[in-house]
Write a protein that binds this ligand. Structure first.
Ligand code: PGA
Length: 251
């Protein structure tokens, strides 16, 4: 892991979690209290319905809260959508945009993802812009080119002082239990880093590049210690406090 920036571990609960699930957040808070200051910044992204309820427990434990998506608009006649200022108002300080489940299941393209990320920044949230290739694209040798195009078109312009993270999430690894080889993860992060440096100059070194896709306690220390991997975006394993704590302490 790059030493110049603090690692970031983001838990993505996806569409899981009811009020009864707050027990897992208490448990994670207990693990953090028992383990001392964690080696990574920790952000939990529950469904939007739980952000406000988690606020106090998470805040006391030093856990930041985030959301899994936001609207590109700030307010208005957009039934069912939730805007970035609303998420900030509920207690979020980060938002995932362009997750492959949104890109594939809700037909979100790079331009929409960029608008969402821009809206997040305007509301003072840190967007986590997700990119990643499908299995067919990897098989065709297109993993690096596909993610480069996604990143170029999905990334918002950054003003001084604004924060952004990028998550490399191979679509075929999400929820499958299968991960790329360490060499492949390294190669992808290296090429995303050089793209960030090309676009942002030295500031590109400060953008956290997260790995996501079947990250779990058994592979976290190998993956999170690779150069240019500055943390992880954790799906399934973030639902259990013990698993997420093990990943945090592997960072
Ligand atoms: P997973 O999901 O850890 O369950 O593979 C990762 C993600 O979708 O962010």
């Amino acid at each position: 892991m790059s030493q110049i920036i603090a690692p970031l571990v983001v838990g993505n609960w996806k569409m899981n979690g009811l009020q009864a699930s707050l027990g897992e957040v208490w448990k994670l808070a207990d693990r953090i209290a028992a383990g001392g200051p964690p080696p990574a910044e920790v952000v939990l992204c529950p469904p939007a319905t739980l952000i406000h309820s988690m606020r106090n427990i998470a805040g006391d434990a030093g856990i930041r809260l985030g959301a899994q998506d936001c609207a590109p608009q700030a307010a208005g006649p957009y039934t069912g959508d939730i805007s970035a200022p609303m998420l900030a108002d509920a207690g979020a300080s980060l938002v995932i945009v362009g997750h492959s489940e949104r890109r594939a299941g809700h037909a979100e393209d790079d331009e929409l993802v960029r608008r969402k990320a821009t809206a997040a920044l305007a509301a003072g949230l840190t967007p986590v812009v997700c990119v990643g290739e499908t299995w067919a694209q990897r098989q065709a040798g297109e993993a690096a080119s596909v993610t480069a195009v996604q990143l170029a078109a999905s990334m918002p312009d950054l003003m001084p002082g604004q924060d952004l993270a990028v998550a490399y999430e191979p679509v075929w690894s999400i929820g499958s239990g299968v991960t790329p080889t360490m060499e492949d993860i390294s190669a992808m992060h290296k090429s995303l880093r050089s793209q960030l440096l090309g676009r942002l100059g030295p500031r590109g070194e400060q953008i956290r590049l997260l790995y996501g896709g079947s990250l779990k306690p058994s592979n976290a220390s190998d993956i999170l210690s690779l150069p240019d991997v500055n943390g992880g975006l954790v799906g399934g394993a973030s639902l259990l406090a013990d698993d997420l704590a093990a990943i945090i302490w592997a960072a």
